[in-house]
Design a protein around this ligand. Sequence first.
Ligand code: HEM
Length: 465
Amino acid sequence: MKLGNLNMFLLNDPTVIRDLLEKRSNNYSCRPDLYARQFGDNLNIALRDNDEIWRRQRKMYHVRLNVKSADRYLPYQHCDSLQLLDDIVDRPDAWLEHIQRYTASISTTLLYGWRTPHTNTGYVKDLLEWMEVTSDALNFQLVDFYPSLRILYKVLPGWVLPNKRKLQNLQKLENRVFYDLLGKAKEKLESGEAHPSFIRDMLMDQDHDRLDDRQIANNAAHGFGAAMDTSANTLVGFIKAMVMFPDVQAKAQEEIDAVIGSDRLPQWDDRDRLPYIRAVVEETFRWAPSPISAAVPHAAKEDDVYNGMVIPKGSMMMINVWTVNHDRFPNARDFDPTRYTPESTLVENNSISQDSPRRMHFTFGAGRRVCPGFHVAERNIFIAVSRLLWGFNFQRARDASGKIIPINRDAVTPGLIVRPEDFECTIKVRSKSREEFIRKSWSDAQENLDSEGNFTPEFIKASFK
Ligand code: HEM
């Protein structure tokens, strides 16, 4: 595809994705030189080109959010999911809000060490505002397709170029929020009160990791941007699937009831014994991918030739996630967990395996840029999905005359990160005894929280040995 002076290749075939993004990753793990990169000190890991700073930033994710570290953070997810369940019992119609709070909270806890009991106060409010401004400001712009316009963009003032103004405002917001959060993390570290988190680990090993303050501040905040919406939107996709495919929901609950029973909640350790739930999670990633075009395109570092086709230096390489997640499968818009064998879902890494053609979905991207938060994401989603199925029934909503309100199966919101378009549904707790169990579990969990809703030092000491 030719967009202005820019060449864009849409990758619609897993074999091509393997051959280019994976086998030739030296050439295809760059990012395009988007205009937006000039703002925010070019320290957004997802936008930055493949260079020494990006490698250092990315290494932090590999070292500090790998499988072992992701397991370490499970007490955070197990606890926050109890508030999610309790919130839904309280106000089932506000389920979207509760899901967004859950994913915001596990993100702030893991990245910064503090919880988010409500999303409308404090730094989390700032972070959510930042994400909103970011998704608006980061859309492709004319100057991305006609790089010769850059000089003009440089000299023209913000009031003539609304996008330049948006990016300038974004930079101001980032300077305030990101560095305040860094300052707060440093204070906690100095006073010995810092809870385990990504930013704490980066600060503790700052000299060894060779990241300066600005890089650490950006790395943590951009983790929030990458984690919060993608995880929330995936859970919205899961609820939509359960409402539209009641037989799948019934089968999933059958498995949970048989393996877990009614007097405890599922947890991550149960994953091995819940093959159908694992398949529901994978099918959710395939069926409702939040980054439908793998979020940010890769770019070609040098000219290349593939199957006789010339790929010029600088070309954008977009994984067409929607297509590769669907085209290979019969009845691809049916939500069908039986597409997966228990063996294929048992190994977590299969979803990001380098052997692309064997993969069932590309929701986490591919090659050296593949999502480094994958293990955390898998835990966020598995814990929420299994517990929601344990506690609730998800049904079609009816209007005042009792008629079922239709749902557009394929409609998603616009943008590079999408979620299913709003739809009506009814969520009901499965039984009185389950409601009481949820109430009690959350009430007991609150014993471990202080007056601001953060974990007490005793809980941290007991959970992180
Ligand atoms: C369901 C949840 C998630 C989905 C679907 C998702 C998906 C993606 C995708 C498609 C990419 C781009 C991959 C590519 O360019 O090939 C990406 C990049 C990234 N993700 Fe995730 N992600 C999720 C959760 C998370 C979480 C929980 C974190 C961190 C805690 C995270 C951190 C990142 C970062 C830092 C990048 C940029 C990597 C780079 O450019 O080198 N993501 N993610």
